[in-house]
Design a protein around this ligand. Structure first.
Ligand SMILES: Nc1ncnc2c1ncn2[C@@H]1O[C@H](COP(=O)(O)OP(=O)(O)O)[C@@H](O)[C@H]1O
Ligand SMILES: [Mg+2]
Length: 310
């Protein structure tokens, strides 16, 4: 879908991106992560040509990105950033409609799409469409930023620390929404973050950058369980690897179906990390497991947390 072949970008003698080789598959949720200045934003912006690469090739749908018309790139790739970049003198509706307006969609279709997107991102359309950005909370502005990126139903969604400045509750609500949108739409998503927990939560594949080079590419499990270098180990956080590994799997993967246990039940969708917390807090070595309707499914034993992971 998107492929970097020996791509470099230099700013004032500094190699922001250094010989990058990377393939991003259609439908994958890829997270670019790394310390500040490691080249994440530059990599992302080279995909939609906000930054032009100096050397190498970047292919999108098999063609060098330079050969696309600007308008086609705006239509086929949505872009959302932390600083939001909403136009302050435009309403929410006008902001979301930026790309559709550029593409000259009929008014009725634009209005319908705005309604659909506001609903998707949990902003009541009648209440919010005519507001201006300064009349919204930070979290609501971020939602509008994501809605704007999705407006023309792009094939690719590029997001640069979209939840950066949010409080933890709003942040985790928006993370859940993006995960849901990815599941429902199968879009190719590339998200930049410096937060390892966000990466572990959202990514199909993590690309860890260090000084413009790839330190490791892998699934969250591979990155946690088989770090390629000391840098990766340090970045992931040496102390809580076990806990983070438990965060990758759900109770459903380990439940002993049909067994019973006593105590306050665990939802089948809870992570094993949450299950560990429940075992300790409830001083239990086994707990009943229930499905989304609250019906009993089986039991989870404390020792099941130690099973070999996939
Ligand atoms: N427009 C620019 N002009 C000069 N240097 C830049 C520019 N954009 C990025 N850089 C430099 O390139 C390096 C990588 O930046 P960036 O990709 O923004 O990193 P990250 O997003 O990982 O924090 C940094 O050293 C940064 O200072
Ligand atoms: Mg950045």
């Amino acid at each position: 879908m998107i492929e970097f072949q020996q791509v470099s970008k230099t700013f004032d003698n500094w190699k922001a991106v250094d010989d990058l080789n990377l393939r991003l598959n259609a439908g994958d949720f890829t997270v670019l992560i790394g310390p500040s200045g490691s080249g994440k934003s530059t990599t992302l912006k080279m995909i939609n040509r906000l930054v032009e690469h100096d050397s190498g090739r970047i292919l999108f749908a098999g063609k060098e990105i330079r050969s696309f018309k600007e308008e086609d790139i705006r239509r086929r790739m949505g872009y959302a950033i932390q600083s939001i970049g909403l136009f302050p003198h435009w309403t929410v509706e006008q902001n979301i409609a930026t790309v559709p307006a550029l593409l000259k969609w009929p008014k009725a279709r634009v209005a319908e799409r705005v309604t659909e997107l506001l609903t998707l991102l949990n902003l009541e359309p009648a209440r919010y469409r005519q507001r201006y950005p300064h009349q919204l909370s930070g979290g609501q502005q971020q939602r509008v930023g994501v809605a704007r990126a999705l407006a023309a139903d792009p094939e690719v969604l590029l997001m640069d620390e979209p939840f950066g400045a949010l409080d933890p509750v709003t942040r985790s609500a928006l993370q859940a929404e993006i995960a849901r949108i990815h599941k429902a739409s199968g879009k190719t998503i590339v998200l930049v973050t410096h937060d390892i927990d966000e990466a572990l939560l959202l990514a199909d594949r993590i690309v860890l950058l260090d000084k413009g080079r790839i330190a490791q590419v892998g699934t969250p499990f591979e990155i946690l369980a088989h770090p390629a270098s000391d840098f990766v180990t340090e970045f992931v956080g040496r102390s809580e690897v076990g806990i983070k590994l438990l965060g990758l799997d759900t109770v459903g993967a380990r439940v002993r179906k049909g067994q019973s246990a006593t105590g306050e039940p665990l939802p089948i969708s809870a992570t094993l990390r949450e299950a560990l917390s429940a075992f300790v807090a409830r001083r239990a070595s086994s707990l009943p497991v229930v499905d989304a309707q609250g019906q009993p499914v089986g039991a989870l034993h404390f020792a099941d947390l130690l099973d070999e992971q996939a």
